[in-house]
Write a protein that binds this ligand. Sequence first.
Ligand code: FAD
Length: 287
Amino acid sequence: MKITERLKTGRQVFSFEFYPPKTAEDTAKLFATAVELMKLSPDFVSVTNSSSGVAPYRTVALCGVLKAQFGLDVVAHLTCLAHSRKEITEICDGLRKMGITNVLALRGDPHNVAADVRRRDYSYAAQLVADLKKDGGFAVGGACYPEKHPESASMEADIARLREKVDAGAEYLITQLFFDNDIYFRFVEKAAAAGIRVPVLPGLMPLTGYRQMQNFTQMMKVRVPDALRRGVEKWDGDKDGLFKFSVDYASAQAEGLLKGGAPGLHIYTLNRSRAAMAILRNVKGQA
Ligand code: FAD
């Protein structure tokens, strides 16, 4: 089923993001995770794509397995940096044959990609979105950044580019992770004021440690509120204490988002089920 059809029902949707594993052991772990998360009947799962040029077809293969073997609705991430126009056409043919009708069109991060493997047919996600819409049959989504994309000079400039992506055919957006709901709601308001009318699914990730927190702030330029920072510092080194604190924080964030009218939740799982299950069970009130 197309994600856009689900979003049109007005029911809040729940989804999980996976990345393609690199080893046999990690593959087994991911499938165990998928078995657990299926118990929560997600509306869809998405699979990231390496923009580094290393085995980008793992994404398509994993999407096929998750759909055929697990019966999940799947969104395949595709990046400008990993694929030429010709490769995108071939991938789309393959996805169609597997009955996969959802894709998320992304640019990828140029600083992660060696010049010799980088594809150059598309410079920005909006161009990929336009081609994917021409190819037909796909519900196409895009990424957005409630604290602006790090390369953008201003929020206004970033939202103007986002509008171009939506005008090119992006039918829904998934946000970069964030830790302060006000930032999400302000962003959605600004996007709407700029004429962006598509659903904006908030991306949520529980923090798993002090180093991860520093990476997010430094690399992704995501703000960590004082209460979250203090909690992570307090529980650093105590795995169970940190897990509980992080899940409680993310659950409160999730509840606030859903109560405030977000169209659903997209949980970045890092291929693990425990935190995602605990958060969704908390918000859905399940035992
Ligand atoms: P774009 O929409 O192309 O925007 C990138 C930057 O260029 C922005 O600053 C934008 O304002 C600017 N811009 C856009 N159009 C123009 C223009 N015409 N002229 C000048 N500037 C312009 N990365 C991966 O490698 N694989 C994944 O699977 C993946 N999944 C992701 C999923 C989500 C939900 C999110 C939020 C990010 C994901 N990323 C992934 C990371 C993403 O690829 C990077 O954040 C990347 O830097 C930007 O991608 P984008 O699709 O938002 O790019």
